[in-house]
Write a protein that binds this ligand. Structure first.
Ligand SMILES: [Mg+2]
Length: 260
């Protein structure tokens, strides 16, 4: 699995020869390090500045594709001219996009019922954060002692079970999070396809991500001849063909891209 900076000369040639490049980033663990509580995962001024520079360049379309709610990721990144996708792509804004998956709003009531059950059942567990993002639900247990992990997972699975059994919801997992999401044929990969289509000129897609839900995006961009970059220690389980060690290295790549 080549480290992106080690193969930068050939990658930069590939990017330079494309008429336009769609640069897409996950947020947590990709543009910012993963932190104990999601609200303190703020962008460094340097990263924001680099994203701003890239978003002003004609050769790039810049987007952030996150599991956070759209409003949350928009306010955290806060760079104009960027396309934002929230709730794993169920809502998209910017760059001419103003999109909510047509079926997603019909799940709001069920998600709030599941949220209530989770809050009640997890009340005694330290460090839990139950985050109802309206179109998806995330239970964070990063600040929870390890011995509770199994119990947290079981509670979320049980709370979602009645909805999973009838095909309405699905449970997915990431880094110290369990999520309940509408069982729609939609994910970060589908959102990336939509964002690219809306560009009108089929830019070359590049996607940086660090977690399980980013895998759908990795497949899509590689199928389109683009570049998928996994952030973290090299591993075999990812579909991405390239790797960077950390959000700090993503920052270095942002600077290199600005020089293209
Ligand atoms: Mg992430």
């Amino acid at each position: 699995m080549p480290h992106l900076l080690n193969v930068w000369p050939s990658v930069s040639r590939q990017l330079s020869s494309a008429h336009r490049v769609l640069l897409l980033f996950d947020y947590d663990g990709t543009l910012t390090p993963i932190v104990a509580r999601p609200e303190i995962a703020t962008l460094t001024e340097e990263t924001r500045q680099r994203l701003t520079t890239l978003s002003r360049m004609d050769r790039f379309v810049v987007g952030v594709v996150s599991g956070r709610s759209l409003a949350d990721v928009e306010s955290l990144v806060d760079v104009p001219r960027v396309v934002y996708a929230g709730n794993h792509g169920l809502e998209i804004s910017g760059g001419g996009n103003d999109y909510v998956h047509p079926q997603a709003p019909s799940y709001v009531a069920e998600l709030s019922e599941i949220t209530e059950t989770c809050e009640k059942e997890l009340a005694g567990i330290p460090g839990i954060l139950v985050d109802n993002k309206r179109l998806t639900l995330t239970v964070h247990f990063r600040s929870t002692p390890d011995r509770y992990s199994g119990q947290v997972d079981a509670v979320v699975v049980a709370a979602a079970a009645p909805y999973v059994e009838v095909g309405r919801m699905k449970v997915t997992r990431g880094k110290r999070v369990v999520e309940v999401r509408p069982n729609l044929d939609w994910d970060k990969g589908k959102a990336i396809l939509k964002i690219r289509e809306d560009c009108g000129d089929r830019p070359l897609p590049v996607f940086f991500g660090d977690d399980q839900t980013d895998e759908d995006g990795f497949s899509v961009v590689q199928d389109l001849g683009g570049l998928a970059v996994f952030i973290g220690p090299p591993r075999e389980r990812t579909k991405a063909l390239h790797q960077l060690e950390s959000p700090a290295e993503v920052g270095q790549v942002l600077a290199l891209l600005a020089g293209l």
